[in-house]
Write a protein of this length. Structure first.
Length: 151
């Protein structure tokens, strides 16, 4: 299983903001730190704001920051909301399924259990859990260590 870039970038934005929870950041700043497309991040940030995970401020001096403390943001919940679907195989999509064995296939039960277990593991983590190494993240993302938040 592989998460989409959309989910990956959603988590990256939250990690960046979680590393500096009291400070605003811009899309350009985050895109440059990760070396990823600013255009992709615009959509991701818009969605994270719509979902309520981040607050955005427009205009000069604007940017974004977390809407909640890092320990209040559940990673599994973010992935579930950011991922467009979890159709591990074609038969998960009942409308577009063309698999001829779907009506009698026992594999779907195992795949549904695997998907559920995957999400359950992620639900055991918060953003605070994945930014415990703030200093190391700051170095890797070329962020001034003096600007990162306390754990």
């Amino acid at each position: 299983m592989q998460l989409t870039l959309y989910s990956d970038y959603s988590l990256r934005v939250l990690i960046y903001l979680g590393m500096r929870p009291q400070r605003q950041a811009t899309i350009t700043e985050i895109a440059e730190s990760y070396g990823i497309s600013r255009n992709h991040l615009v959509k991701v940030v818009h969605n994270l704001a719509n979902l309520g995970y981040i607050k955005t401020t427009r205009g000069r001096g604007g940017g974004m920051q977390l809407a909640y403390r890092p320990e209040q943001i559940n990673i599994g919940e973010v992935v579930e909301k950011a991922e467009p679907n979890f159709d591990l195989v074609e038969c998960f999509d009942r409308e577009n399924n063309t698999c001829p064995i779907a009506p009698g296939c026992a594999l779907i039960k195992a795949l549904k259990a695997a998907k559920s277990a995957f999400l359950e593991v992620l639900r055991g983590y918060t953003l605070a859990d994945v930014v415990v190494n703030r200093e190391e993240l700051a170095v890797l993302l070329k962020v001034d260590i003096a600007t990162i938040g306390k754990a």
